[in-house]
Design a protein around this ligand. Structure first.
Ligand code: AMO
Length: 444
């Protein structure tokens, strides 16, 4: 297939349309490739709406003017078929965008089977689970594509920000020997004679690397065998990870705040069309710092339950309501609610509980990130493993990595799908993943 003369739809709208003179007609000739988004047959006029990744344009055949075989073909092509359409670009007051194409050649490259298994119209009436069963076709929808255009902006903005911060992008192993977050939500995998685990996070590795390369970041896939099916959890998700040497929780909270602000700014700049499609008005968020105890007191007044060392989803929602367009950092978190690697603080909570240098970041009513200062002192780390009833011998290399010149360090991990769903106001996190993995879904 020679596509060298291809014109993208968005470029066609910027081209000069042909008038009646022959010369101009040649100028206004376009060759478009894409999908049949819609068809309409008004007997004497037939329309095809052609869609490519850049937009949609109307193709209009007129009985008596359009060549007869092309006019006949126009009514036979099923929706979502792939076509090549060559034609003249015409000004048209009635056509969306003010231009349409009069076809002179139509080639059906790949005919779509009919009927389609799901509704692929803009506001699909098919429920999410069924759409996900046919995700490859669901991704023909501009509304679905919009999510991943925004996700692309988020990813580029994250990388851009980290580059400017002087951080190095790193690639870490996805098969690990021991649980990197503690807890039992792990997937064992047969690894020759041993049992390995799918990575819960790149936590231990990003720490080890920060202890030599100082500032590092990663885009990392994590697997969590959480049994519950919620609208905000996945069993396979992605994180933006950051780790920095010579830093404590305060320093990396500031990095996270600026990172999220940069991401939101870029989405506002680059994705106005997608934000409009989802009727979202985004503002670059401000920042608020609250201790865990302050949040607990606010929630007590609001009669919302807060655990002794964790926030409930209702309390996160409430923080979103109380502090709109704000990244709320909840710090001085009770040590018992944080993983083994979080540095204990010298502060105590109101009930004498030991606090930590760990934090969560809540944005738009949901946790987008957690992080903190890490333990870089081997003896203290061993103590924490024991307190959490974890096997010290499973973490020998990790502990040893802090024996030969390891600076204090801190970092965070931010959920890629969480930030995507929140910026677009999606009701279910699965919408923000191309091919979601949850308890009931392993395919497509
Ligand atoms: P944590 O487990 O809190 O921290 O994860 C960090 C962020 O990742 C997102 N996230 C998830 N998103 C969807 N489905 C899940 N099952 C899921 N689990 C987590 C959330 C969460 O805030 N290693 C630490 C981070 C650090 O301290 O650097 C960690 O993984 O947005």
């Amino acid at each position: 297939m020679d596509t060298s003369n291809r014109t993208y739809v968005k470029d066609a709208f910027h081209m000069k349309a042909s008038s009646s003179s022959k010369d101009d007609e040649k100028k206004g000739e376009v060759e478009l490739y894409g999908w049949v988004h819609d068809t309409r047959d008004l007997s004497k006029i037939r329309f095809i709406v052609l869609r490519d990744i850049s937009g949609r344009i109307q193709v209009c055949g007129v009985k008596g003017e359009t060549e007869e075989d092309i006019f006949e073909l126009m009514k036979t092509i099923p929706r979502e078929s792939v076509v090549r359409i060559k034609g003249h670009l015409k000004e048209s007051k009635q056509a969306p965008g003010g231009k349409e194409v009069s076809p002179i050649e139509i080639e059906v490259i790949a005919k779509a089977e009919h009927p389609l298994p799901i509704d692929v119209s803009d506001h699909s009436k098919t429920e999410l689970p069924k759409r996900l069963d046919y995700r490859f076709l669901d991704l023909h929808r501009e509304r679905a594509q919009a999510i991943f255009k925004v996700q692309d902006t988020i990813l580029q903005a994250y990388r851009e920000f980290m580059n400017k911060e002087g951080a190095f992008e790193a690639i870490f192993p996805s098969i690990i020997g021991a649980s990197s977050e503690g807890g039992t939500e792990v997937y064992p995998v047969k690894y020759f004679e041993k049992t390995a685990l799918l990575s819960q996070s790149c936590q231990l590795y990003k720490q080890m690397l920060a202890c030599s390369m100082e500032k590092v970041f990663a885009v990392f896939t994590v697997w969590r065998a959480e049994k519950h099916n919620t609208t905000r959890h996945l069993n396979e998700s992605r994180q933006y990870d950051f780790e920095m040497a010579f830093a404590d929780d305060k320093i990396v909270m500031d990095v996270l705040a600026r990172c999220v602000q940069h991401i939101v700014k870029k989405v506002i700049e680059k994705n106005s069309k997608e934000l409009e499609m989802y009727e979202i008005k985004l503002k670059v968020p401000g920042v608020k710092y609250l201790t865990f105890h302050e949040v607990a007191s606010i929630m007590k007044k609001e009669k919302i339950h807060v655990g002794k060392d964790d926030l409930s989803p209702e309390s996160e929602r409430k923080l979103g309501e109380l502090y709109p367009d704000t990244i709320v950092f909840v710090y001085d978190w009770p040590l018992s609610g944080k993983p083994f690697y979080i540095m204990p603080s010298d502060k105590k909570g109101p009930n004498g509980e030991q606090l930590s240098n760990g934090f969560d970041a809540i944005y738009m009513g949901m946790e987008i990130s957690s992080g903190g200062q890490r333990i870089h002192i081997p003896e203290l780390l061993i103590e924490r493993f024991k307190a959490k009833k974890m096997k010290v011998e499973n973490f020998k290399d990790y502990i040893d990595s802090f024996r030969y010149g390891a600076p204090m360090h801190a970092g965070w991990g931010m959920g890629v799908e969480r930030i995507t769903m929140l910026l677009l106001g999606l009701p279910n996190i699965r919408e923000a993943v191309l091919f979601p993995r949850d308890r009931d879904r392993l395919t497509p």
